[in-house]
Design a protein around this ligand. Structure first.
Ligand code: AMP
Length: 462
């Protein structure tokens, strides 16, 4: 078995690794570190949780330990799709450079240009940035990329999803042709292949097992939510979500709840809070300090339920999540793999439950094809609940009532307390707001459906 000491890393880096408590390199580290240290380009096909960050930071630090930074000319560049991921990479650098004198700057939105410019002016060894912010700095004329010897692109597939590929191409063209490139992506979409063919030179290609194959410790399940009323779908799903969380009880120490849309992230978090759950949203439209605060809270346990969009959650290093709930079936099957990979990490047990409405069934099929496994169907915990009964009632709803109103509709109004039933479907904005300040109802109220007393396995069997 390869040991870190076999990898030719700088002794001071090895000391930091030992202090971090790592015993052996992960497969991506074992595969990527030797060619990176030889100065070769690397194409790493790996996702978060595999140790991929250290697979590029450790050789970079070793290579950069010799030499000095010049003003405004960073020696290396790491591009990340999101601020959070960039901040995490920066933390990794701090951990592994603690016995060395390397300087770094983090260029992300939400932080003042002045502060960042002062750092760049002094000269940095490592510049970690999101593409947009990096180009903003470049355009201000305060930054030269002609000194970049090593360039890393992290989570390239996410960059593609976020529309950053033109920025990445531009940044590549601003760096010297002779640079070394370390490029990471969880998947190899044709567009990513095109970029690597264009900008990487005879890369060492290292592919590590997809998390789906390594996730035997994750218990998966899906709840099918039927109903003809699309306008009621959101509130029905929120009701199912609450019932699922309640059914897990204390076993659900913390969870990430994924939604496909930012608006649903907000609505779901708000709704959970109203019902007395400890929940907070995270998505790209929230400001940086807010996102950091939420993440810190989730890491230290003061936030139990993190409601997230894929983009915001991507690459976050959150060590132990007991549960993942998919409020929506993700439309890209790979995202399902990323999402559920947030639980059951490092051999721990985890549970991932997906809520699937009729229109998401196609997406569910695609996921099952990808993971080559049927996800067990679970009983719908609120099948016989009023939401379904109401489903049958004729609806006299004005067109003006949009999805936005849904967050208000399923609030725990006083008149709904005993059944956890949404307030009598109040129409119109004014009335919808009236009860917002009302007392939160925790859990299912007095009426406890029998399924809740059953364990996950019993319900699945039943
Ligand atoms: P990453 O895939 O880079 O997000 O890393 C996932 C987690 O694995 C992080 O918490 C790292 O600190 C941790 N990690 C990275 N390399 C190792 C290693 N060789 N042994 C144990 N843990 C590691």
């Amino acid at each position: 078995m390869t040991k870190f000491t076999d990898l030719n890393l700088n002794p001071k880096v090895l000391k930091a690794i030992e202090e971090a408590g790592y015993e052996t390199p992960t497969p991506i580290q074992e595969g990527a570190i030797p060619p990176a240290l030889e100065g070769r380009d690397v194409l790493g096909i790996a996702q978060t949780g595999t140790g991929k960050t250290a697979s590029f930071t450790l050789p970079m630090i070793t290579l950069l330990a010799r030499g000095r930074a010049r003003a405004r000319m960073p020696r290396s560049l790491v591009l990340c799709p999101t601020r959070e991921l960039a901040a995490q990479v920066a933390e990794n650098f701090d951990t592994y450079t603690k016995h060395l004198k390397l300087t770094k700057a983090l260029l992300i939105g939400g932080v003042s240009f002045k502060e960042q410019e002062a750092l760049i002016d002094r000269g940095v060894d490592v510049l970690i940035a999101t593409p947009g912010r990096l180009l903003d700095h470049f355009e201000r004329g305060k930054l030269l990329l002609t000194g970049v010897q090593i360039m890393v692109v992290d989570e390239a597939d996410r960059m593609l999803d976020m529309g950053f590929i033109p920025d990445i191409e531009r940044i590549f063209s601003l760096t010297p042709f002779t640079r070394q490139t370390l490029f990471f992506s969880a998947t190899m979409a044709p567009e990513i292949e095109r970029i690597t063919d264009t900008f990487l030179s005879a890369p060492a290609r290292i592919e590590v097992a997809r998390q789906a194959t390594a996730s035997e410790t994750i218990e998966q399940g899906v709840v099918m939510v039927k109903g003809r009323r699309r306008d009621r779908e959101g509130s029905t799903k929120r009701k199912v979500l609450r019932a699922l969380i309640d059914a897990e009880g204390d076993k659900c120490t913390n969870a990430i709840i994924f939604c496909n849309r930012k608006t649903d992230v907000d609505i779901t978090a708000k709704s959970l809070k109203k019902y007395g759950y400890n929940a907070a949203p995270i998505h790209g439209d929230l400001d940086q300090s807010q996102r950091m605060k939420t993440l810190d809270g989730f890491r230290d346990g003061s936030v139990r339920l993190l409601v997230a969009s894929d983009v915001a959650a991507r690459g976050l290093d959150i060590p132990s999540v007991s549960h993942v709930f998919n409020f929506d079936v993700p439309s890209h099957p790979e995202d399902y793999v990323h999402r559920i990979g947030r639980t059951g990490r490092a051999g721990r047990e985890g549970k991932a439950i997906t809520i699937c409405s009729a229109r998401d069934e196609k997406a569910l099929d695609a996921i099952e094809k990808l993971i080559q496994k049927e996800i067990p169907r679970l009983d719908n915990p609120v099948q016989a609940e009023p939401a379904e009964a109401e489903d049958k009632k004729p609806e006299k709803k004005s067109r003006a009532s949009t999805r936005k109103d849904e967050g208000k509709k399923d609030k725990p109004a006083k008149d709904a307390a005993s059944t956890d039933k949404p307030a009598k479907e109040k129409r119109g904005r004014g009335r919808g707001r009236r009860d917002e300040g009302g007392p939160a109802v925790v859990g299912m109220g007095d009426h406890l459906p029998s399924f809740i007393a059953l364990s996950f396995d019993e319900r699945r069997a039943g």
